[in-house]
Design a protein around this ligand. Structure first.
Ligand SMILES: [Zn+2]
Length: 206
């Protein structure tokens, strides 16, 4: 399962949009997108209405519900948003698979038929980084009621590096552990292989 390129196609535009968090690549277009900071495909797989608590612009402990179309922010230019869209598609598939497994486990069935779902583990890791940057720059991520974008910095260069080459080449301080080769899922008691090569897969078992 090979991921497509996640950086815009050449030639470099030489333009850095001031509102795009990937502006350090100097490869933006002039149009800002209305980007879902949590992928729309994932929100749809989760059921559409999402409850939030701890938002920096709400009272402490207040729970609010938002629909999918409300969860957007102007944090990526169209060129970068389009380039990252394969991660949204891959993450949507992963969450739909998780939903299907959960629903299947709830069924009262004596069937012993085994199902296999193949998804990209690398895409899931990169989608996690994309979501982290989305929540940060959309001013949603907070600490004790204060938006962390006002109190912290988040180095986008590691993310740009991860988008451009296989995870196994990343330095250890990139926040991603490329050393995981085999783990055992204690709940299922079966091996789950996390393979980080760009053209390999994560197998989800049941
Ligand atoms: Zn951009």
């Amino acid at each position: 399962m090979r991921l497509p390129g996640l950086l815009p196609l050449a030639p470099l535009t030489g333009y850095a949009h001031p509102r795009c968090y990937l502006a350090p690549t100097n490869d933006c277009c002039p149009t800002i997108s209305s980007e879902h900071f949590i992928s729309k495909t994932v929100l749809e797989a989760m059921g559409g209405q999402i409850e939030f608590c701890g938002l920096p612009f709400k009272n402490p402990g207040e729970v609010v519900t938002y629909g999918i179309n409300s969860l957007v922010s102007n944090i990526l230019c169209v060129r970068h948003n389009t380039a990252l869209s394969p991660l949204d598609e891959a993450a949507g598939r992963i969450f739909r698979v998780i939903q299907e497994i959960c629903l299947d486990l709830k069924k009262n069935s004596l069937s012993r038929k085994r199902k296999w779902f193949l998804v990209s583990g690398e895409a899931f890791e990169l989608w996690g980084l994309k979501t982290l940057f989305g929540l940060f720059h959309a001013k949603v991520a907070s600490n004790q009621g204060q938006s962390v974008v006002q109190t912290h910095t988040l180095d986008v260069n590691h993310f740009i590096t991860a988008l451009g080459r296989p995870l196994t080449d990343l330095p250890a301080d990139a926040g991603i552990d490329p050393a995981i080769e085999q783990q055992t899922d204690q709940h299922l008691g079966r091996p789950v292989e996390a393979l980080n090569q760009r053209d390999e897969i994560l197998a989800v078992l049941r």
